[in-house]
Design a binder for this molecule. Structure first.
Ligand code: ADP
Length: 750
């Protein structure tokens, strides 16, 4: 797409957030690819007011090697001068001098409001500048308007118009790592810790951090404790938790936490309460700025990249009439909304909190925030609610199937506790289908899953066996013997196959006529009806961290790495890790690999290294092509690269299936497990209960009938027929290598 708008500026403003660099990189490279020129405005609005060398032209190379860096390489600032008309007049002159006619602003609601005011005043500022002889009328005529596109950079996740802001996921990574670490020391001494997290007026980080770490209590601004003597209530529950066997107590307090009357609840106050009423040795940890810093998570790198790419498309398509817009992500898709509507809606939450209208504040935060809070309140209970008198008590079984995926334990913990809390008996099946066949089934109680929220691996045991032949008889007998009335299978492809087979055998085995539900848990992300399976986010972060290290190892030489990642025949891990690490090329089975492709890639490598490139990264899915293996590709590039560059291969292997689950995987595992238990309870009462698989689609939790499984998948390659992420391939291609438009002027980093 070519456009009349040829020069754009990009700035980061307000508080910094990890992922801002990825956004700047995507803006610069996409703009160059589209034939536009792009200027970095350094130090936020201050650079725009100051002008001079704070406004610098960017090249392809000036944003090389920054994806993994926290903060923002173009600097950010809070600028008092830009709040004044005189400051904005100077800023306008500085942009006009360089013919910059569009701005991509990456910042919080303050920065975006500033941009909107600037755009509204633009015609008047121009008139003043002409009047005072600072610019020619002809320049003013050339730039009658200023196009504005905003991206939200803020760890707080407090902005309307996007499900996630740039930096929030990374901040959650920091919080979970810190709380996990604190939990282990707290457990050793049986101590109590009060952990204060950031978020200003938004409880997102506190709530999700608490859910992800299995914390025992959380205090957030949007939903203050609903009783006046909340201190007593909190202490009762924490005390009961200790009596039930918990060795540590963690209370997470949002920095903006308050009580019903609007009085702030400080972490020190909570400590005082706990010490006085429980007599516990209590420590306060204020996490502070570590939450803002460090290398961005995979999610933040990819979110920022996609937002930056879309921002350029939007700004190049802008007309003088275009209203400023905000590019965000909703339901896993990039969307564009009117900027000021988003700012206004954001402020209504703050207004609701200020007016003590907490119901409205929770409403405005959205349904998944509310559901997460409800789930959290159940999970923190010391013991389940006793069954209602006369309530039908169900016996529900939980099992795994497939390779281990980080988050499996989290899902089991949530399922067991939520099932128990609703008054049912929860059974754990050991070792997947093998245990179901062998009758290796045990009742699980509240404390049997204590601490599982944060643990990698699969404590119940898992493998890829699926049932056939005489297995069905054995399974039917065990279902009968243990009086199982509902089955939750948390796992991957083999779990779905198992569920489908049991479902199809219902006529021959009437005992299989129970509700069955599959919860997607596999690092491969190759399951139907689910855009993001549990474990994939953790695997991506593991791959990204490994590749970051591999890249660092090659500082002195000219080297090409061929990195092989898992995924079976699904290219999700390869594509998304390629996007997050800046790979030159990603090889997917879905696209195939031809000799011609390899020749073209080799030509690119040779050209790149001749022009001074020091490092190249090729990421290959393990089954991209059965003949052009990783070893083959490495050998081919090595031989043809001659003395220009050398080649190393890295097969990442099982580190991808291990590790403690990321916050995203923990939170989704918990959300999905909650819905699965509700499903089993509801269906168990029916004459012909359904079989289903659950998943996140378009940001919503959806169910599909098990009958649809064969229709939705490519059975030969064990992946869904439609894969949403395939649409992201053009972004990866644009950012990886400069095309003909993106002439490569070597330029220093700002
Ligand atoms: P954030 O963007 O993270 O919300 P701030 O509210 O501090 O951070 O805003 C960052 C900068 O944006 C301010 O220092 C100022 O330069 C500019 N800005 C914020 N609000 C306005 C406004 N109402 N008018 C003009 N500029 C503003």
């Amino acid at each position: 797409m070519d456009s009349k708008l040829k020069r754009i500026g990009v700035l980061t403003s307000g508080g910094d957030a990890p992922g801002m660099n990825a956004a700047v990189r995507a803006v610069v490279r996409t703009a160059l690819d589209r034939g536009a020129e792009v200027y970095a405005i350094c130090e936020g609005y201050q650079g725009m007011v100051d002008g001079g060398d704070r406004i610098r032209e960017m090249t392809w190379d000036s944003v090389g090697g920054i994806l993994h860096q926290g903060g923002t390489i173009i600097g950010t600032a809070r600028c008092a001068a830009f709040r004044t008309r005189e400051g904005r007049r100077r800023a306008a002159r500085n942009l006009l001098e360089r013919d910059i006619e569009g701005l991509i602003v990456i910042g919080g609601d303050g920065s975006l409001t500033g941009a909107n005011i600037f755009r509204q005043e633009w015609p008047e500022l121009l008139a003043e500048l002409v009047e005072q002889g600072e610019i020619d009328q002809e320049i003013a005529d050339r730039h009658p308007s200023l196009a504005i596109v905003g991206l939200v950079g803020s760890i707080d996740n407090d902005m309307y118009g996007t499900d996630m802001t740039i930096g929030a996921d990374t901040a959650l990574h920091r919080i979970t790592a810190a709380v996990d670490a604190i939990s282990s020391t707290a457990a050793s001494h049986q101590r109590t810790f009060v952990v204060e997290v950031m978020g200003r007026g938004c409880g997102y980080l506190a709530l999700m951090g608490a859910l992800a770490t299995g914390a025992d209590w959380v205090l957030i601004p949007e939903s203050p404790p609903n009783v006046d003597n909340w201190e007593e209530r909190m202490c009762q529950i924490l005390k009961a938790g200790r009596e039930a066997g918990r060795r540590d107590t963690i209370v997470i307090v949002a920095e903006g936490a308050r009580d019903r009357k609007g009085e702030p609840i400080s972490s020190n106050y909570v400590k005082k309460v706990l010490e006085e009423r429980l007599g516990e040795d209590t420590r306060v940890t204020i996490l502070g700025h570590v939450q803002r810093g460090g290398s961005p998570s995979t999610f933040d790198r990819n979110l920022s990249t996609l937002l930056g790419y879309a921002a350029v498309e939007e700004i190049l398509a802008a007309t003088p009439e275009s209203e400023p817009c905000l590019i965000g992500m909703r339901g896993n898709r990039i969307v564009c909304s009117p900027l000021m509507d988003c700012v206004k809606q954001t402020r209504t939450v703050a207004d609701a909190i200020a007016a003590h209208d907490y119901e409205r504040a929770m409403e405005l935060r959205g349904s998944s925030f509310k559901a997460a809070f409800r789930t959290m309140r159940t999970l923190v209970r010391a013991l389940p609610h006793p069954p209602e008198p006369g309530q039908k008590q169900l016996r529900l079984a939980v099992m795994h199937s497939g390779a281990p995926a980080p988050g499996m334990n989290t899902a089991v913990r949530a399922a067991v506790r939520l099932g128990l809390d609703k008054g049912h008996v929860m059974l754990g099946v050991k070792n997947g289908v093998k245990g179901l066949v062998a009758g290796d089934i045990e009742e699980m109680d509240w404390m049997s899953v204590n601490g599982w929220a944060t643990m990698g691996g699969a404590e119940l045991g898992t493998n890829r066996k699926t049932p056939d032949g005489s297995d069905f008889y054995a399974i039917a007998r065990n279902i009968e013997e243990h009086r199982i009335q509902g089955l939750l299978i948390i796992g991957g492809w083999s779990g779905y196959q198992t569920a489908y087979r049991l479902y199809c055998e219902r006529e021959d085995f009437p005992t299989f006529n129970i509700p069955i539900i599959c919860l997607p848990a596999t690092i491969n992300n190759n399951l139907p009806g689910s855009e993001l399976s549990i474990g994939a986010d953790t695997a991506l972060n593991s791959i990204m961290e490994a590749v970051d290290k591999i890249k660092q190892s090659a500082v002195a030489s000219q080297r090409c790495f061929v990195v092989e990642v898992m995924g079976r025949h699904c290219g999700y891990l390869a594509l998304m890790s390629g996007l997050a690490t800046g790979a030159e090329r990603v090889y997917l089975h879905e696209e195939g690999v031809t000799l011609n492709d390899l020749q073209t890639d080799l030509d690119h490598l040779v050209t790149g290294f001749k022009q001074g490139k020091r490092l190249a990264l090729m990421i290959r899915n393990e089954h991209a092509n059965p003949f052009y293996t990783t070893a083959f590709m490495a050998a081919l590039f090595e031989e043809e690269g001659k003395d220009l560059f050398d080649v190393r291969q890295a097969i990442l292997g099982h580190l991808q299936q291990g590790g403690d689950p990321t916050p995203f995987d923990r939170i989704q595992a918990t959300r999905l497990a909650a819905r699965c238990i509700e499903f089993l309870i509801e269906e168990a009462g029916k004459a012909s209960p359904a079989g289903a698989f659950i998943g996140l689609e378009g940001g919503q939790i959806r169910f599909h009938n098990l009958e649809d499984f064969p229709r939705m998948v490519d059975d030969r390659y064990q992946r869904p027929k439609a894969q949403w992420w395939m649409n992201l391939r053009p972004v990866a291609r644009v950012l990886a290598q400069p095309g003909p438009q993106a002439f490569r002027k070597a330029g220093p980093k700002p």
